[in-house]
Design a protein around this ligand. Structure first.
Ligand code: DUC
Ligand code: ZN
Ligand code: ZN
Length: 490
């Protein structure tokens, strides 16, 4: 494998502002990282963790009693879509509403997407997204650059994207012919260029052309209801593309990251590649762990709420994903928060699933989730004994930070790291509902589910931004993170 650059920590720290000049003392919490579990006090100062000790005697600090709570590193969600454009549709969360929702869910950093229009330079893509997001974001953020068109001029920009702009991951689609899909040659060329310099390609792995045939056949037969979204995107076509993507990366001798993995047959390829020692990584999402394709049997248009890509799979697929998470064949749980309202009003048709009322092929693909990742994974993963607490933190914060070049600034609780902390009550029960969420989306895939575990307080670079139900942060306080190398977690 070619050698990538190590993360440039000096640069990462230099660009970090000193957001909170006050001292904050968090006392008596159970600190859980990917490797530790102990009770101690934490002193936050100037946006960073200043000290950790069994007992800290600081008199001039604002105090927060965390006894009975877990103190977790702020969650890092490496797969969100705020204000993403999908043909005629637009995600219903703005950078402001989406990052506030994330914060209430215990996520203090997102890696969202900057979408390249065909014919556009990478620099313009990044600059435009930064201009849109920066005044709005309430938590720290970065982007993966979605590449849809990689002529030599764009390829030649990518080293600067990595080395100057700190964008070290590039998403490419093997699905959606004529819209987002790129061919294998483009993927291979991009892998070579970015992988050589500490960057990584993230793949949406589904065989787009074959899926297109299946969609056309379904429509010809008059099948227009939402469940045909699922029936035309078979697991085998996810597996085929994952296999192909891995082989391309193997030939290019670079790491590769598969987004939103859902199918056991696709996971088999990941396992086989990792067993051969290849730097192949993948994420899955809460909806694949906790929901299944029986949702597509809901009457009328209700099933559209579950139209995301890949679609929900059969119930018995879940056990394979859990095994992958336990044994590190899957490294990250991200949400793929890609919200569209169910109803047309009040936001309007372009933010709504109703665009696909006449045909499943027109339903905007995506589902909400940014606010529920920690609580769902804690309730359904840790409390059920599928994951231990350290692994929970690894999957939701530490591995994301390492995979995408922001560790150790983010992703752990350590002296010198950013003071991004979540006080989490492991015994508090709550009932999930769209009516109590902070996202603009008007439904929840988990409506009515009772879960145990609740985010109580959230500190972001030392600033208390969530206190129970109160929002204390502000739009624009989030900082753009220039990232170090991606894909160096082995
Ligand atoms: N892929 C994503 O990652 N998100 C939404 C839709 C899609 O196809
Ligand atoms: Zn995708
Ligand atoms: Zn996505």
């Amino acid at each position: 494998m070619r050698q990538a650059q190590p993360p440039d920590l000096v640069r990462m720290y230099r660009i970090s502002g000193l957001s909170s000049m006050t001292k904050t003392l968090i006392t008596g919490g159970r600190i859980v990282t990917a490797v530790d579990d102990y009770v101690a006090d934490i002193l936050l100062e100037n946006g960073r963790i200043e000290a950790i000790a069994r007992q800290l005697n600081v008199t001039d600090a604002e105090r927060h009693d965390a006894s009975g709570c877990l103190v977790l590193p702020g969650g890092i969600d490496v797969h969100t879509h705020m204000e993403g454009v999908q043909g005629p549709a637009v995600n219903c969360d703005s950078y402001e509403t989406g990052t506030i929702a994330a914060a209430f869910g215990g996520t203090t950093t997102i890696i969202d997407f900057a979408y390249q229009n065909r014919g556009e330079s990478a620099k313009k893509t990044l600059d435009d997204r930064l201009a849109l997001a920066t005044p709005q974001v309430a938590i720290d953020f970065s982007f993966h650059l979605i590449l849809t068109d990689v002529p030599p001029a764009v390829l030649s920009e990518l080293p600067d994207m990595i080395e100057r702009e700190g964008i070290t991951s590039f998403k490419m689609f093997m699905a959606y012919p004529d819209i987002l899909m790129v061919d294998d040659a483009s993927i291979y060329r991009t892998m070579r260029v970015v992988g050589d310099r500490g960057g990584m390609v993230n793949l949406h792995a589904e065989n787009g052309p074959v899926i297109q045939v299946l969609i056309e056949e379904a429509l010809e037969q008059g099948h227009t209801s939402p469940k045909y979204h699922s029936l035309t995107r078979p697991r085998l076509m996810e597996a085929e593309a994952v296999h192909r993507g891995i082989r391309l990366a193997e030939l290019a001798e670079v790491p590769v990251y598969i987004v939103h993995l859902s199918a056991p047959e696709a996971l088999e390829s990941i396992v086989a590649a990792r067993d051969r020692g290849l730097p192949v990584f993948a994420e899955t999402c809460p909806h694949y762990l906790f929901l299944d394709d029986s949702e597509y049997e809901r009457p009328g248009f209700e099933a559209a709420k579950f139209v995301m890509t890949p679609p929900l799979r059969a119930h018995d697929c879940q056990q394979h994903l859990w095994r992958g998470l336990r044994f590190d064949d899957l490294q990250i749980v991200a949400t793929d928060h890609c919200p569209f309202c169910f109803n047309e009003q009040p936001l309007g048709l372009r933010y709504s699933k109703q665009l696909g009322r006449e045909s499943f092929a027109q339903i905007p693909n995506g589902a909400p989730g940014v606010e529920l990742r920690l609580v769902l994974l804690y309730d359904g993963g840790v409390r059920t004994g599928k994951l231990n607490l350290n692994r929970f933190v690894q999957l939701t914060a530490t591995a994301p930070a390492k995979m995408f070049g922001i560790f150790p600034r983010k992703g752990t609780i350590a002296v010198g790291s950013d003071a991004d902390l979540v006080l989490f009550d492991p015994e508090r029960k709550q009932r999930l509902s769209a009516s109590t969420q902070h996202s603009r989306v008007d439904y929840s895939m988990f409506e009515g589910r009772e879960v145990t575990g609740k985010v109580m307080k959230v500190f972001a670079r030392g600033e208390l931004i969530v206190d129970g139900d109160r929002w204390l942060g502000r739009a624009g306080r989030g900082e753009f993170l220039q990232r170090g190398a991606s894909g160096q977690i082995l």
